[in-house]
Design a protein around this ligand. Structure first.
Ligand SMILES: [Zn+2]
Length: 400
């Protein structure tokens, strides 16, 4: 166990009143650390992130390359967006039978998930390109599946990245319907079965977002998060309503109008596309944070998390299947999540190259590095973790 005492949350541990006292972009306030840590523990790892950042910067400087996306990322974006749009155009313009239609819909689901993971994600983090209009254009791919970039930026960039795996702060590990994703959440009897049914429910993720986006935006508007992002709550709500209306008109309305398929067949196809996309994205997301070896801390009564920010990211996140070329390409570096959480300002296109630097530095500082060697190993670990989360924490051996 590490004894670092570095990250603090000020005020009561509620999502909208707290802030990191020390984070990746703040100055190293050693006085504060020593004062807060006095008599409790000692600081040993605070040099870690500085050392790591210097080494990663040296890598980019020595190669003379930008930390943003490159031509390879642009080509990937075009291919993945085509996987989503081309089947739809074929469906509208060429008569197809039922089985061909199902195949096209599945391809669209694969494309939709790919856009979310490998295109929109980088763009919403402002790392797709050095050019502002290019970043904004590709971040707007969010509208291709009727969501809005502001919701994503607050939920993901702000809350999830800052409070990774911290119960009560990170919405990603909140209980989703009947799936318990955190050992601090209330436990119900039916959770004992969740490792069996969770994967089916993952398929509902993007479908449910079509509705829950509204509640989420209203909450962000009310809490002042929308204004903090320098946007207007009314404007964002209007944009969201317009995006949904356009999306349904195009993706459901056009096939009903232009093809021989009946309205309920089109709706079933629409649902299937989302089930494919939701299942892929949810599973990939969960394999980074809800697997064996990743911790889910809660702040103490003073709202303090007892680990340096960078060490916290390593404790709460896992890499997987780093040598799987197809996976690396398709999931947009979400299998190199440790790099992403330490360096969200670097495009995923570079993660494979900087992975050895991060791993070596972590080992030098004696910090654990979660890695599942293959996709199957990570999937199995996630399923075992779901099984653990369906039981009392006292039964989970590695948390004791
Ligand atoms: Zn991210």
């Amino acid at each position: 166990m590490f004894s670092d005492w570095i990250i603090g949350l000020s005020g009561q541990p509620t999502p909208h009143k707290t802030k990191w006292l020390i984070g990746p972009n703040s100055k190293d306030t050693s006085d504060h650390l020593q004062q807060k840590g006095k008599g409790m523990t000692k600081i040993t790892k605070r040099e870690f992130y500085g050392t790591l950042r210097n080494r990663v910067n040296d890598y980019f400087n020595s190669k003379g390359i930008s930390q943003k996306g490159n031509v390879g990322l642009f080509v990937k974006a075009v291919i993945i967006i085509s996987i989503y749009i081309t089947p739809f155009v074929i469906f509208l313009t060429i008569p197809v039978n039922l089985w061909q239609a199902i195949l096209l819909v599945i391809l669209m689901g694969i494309g939709e998930a790919g856009i979310g993971m490998a295109v929109m994600h980088d763009a919403a983090h402002d790392v797709f390109s050095g050019k502002r209009w290019v970043k904004r254009l590709f971040a707007s791919t969010m509208y291709l599946f009727a969501s809005n970039t502001l919701n994503w930026k607050i939920q993901h960039n702000l809350l999830h990245h800052t409070y990774t795996n911290i119960y009560g702060f990170d919405q990603d590990i909140e209980t989703k319907a009947v799936i318990r994703l955190c050992n601090h959440a209330p436990l119900k009897r039916f959770h004992r079965l969740q490792h069996g049914y969770a994967f089916f429910l993952y398929g509902l993720m993007t479908l449910s977002k079509l509705v829950t986006d509204f509640g989420q935006l209203i909450e962000f508007n009310r809490s002042g998060n929308t204004k903090k992002q320098q946007s207007s709550p009314r404007k964002e709500l209007a944009k969201l309503i317009l995006a949904k209306a356009l999306f349904f008109s195009i993706i459901v309305g056009l096939p009903i109008w232009l093809t021989s398929f009946l309205w309920w067949q089109v709706l079933l196809g629409f649902a299937l596309m989302h089930i494919v996309a939701g299942m892929i994205m949810s599973t990939i997301f969960q394999m980074a944070h809800v697997v064996e070896g990743t911790y889910q801390p809660i702040p103490d009564k003073d709202g303090v998390v007892h680990f340096e920010w960078a060490v916290h990211q390593l404790r709460t996140t896992s890499d997987f299947a780093r040598n799987n070329f197809l996976l690396n390409w398709y999931v947009g570096g979400l299998n190199f999540q440790i790099k992403h959480y330490l360096f969200p300002n670097i495009s995923h296109i570079h993660y494979k190259r900087i992975a050895p630097i991060v791993e070596k530095t972590a080992h030098e500082f004696g910090i654990m590095y979660n890695l599942k060697p293959t996709f199957v190993a990570a999937l199995a670990s996630h399923q075992r973790r779901l099984k653990e989360l369906g039981r009392p924490a006292s039964e989970i051996y590695w948390l004791l």
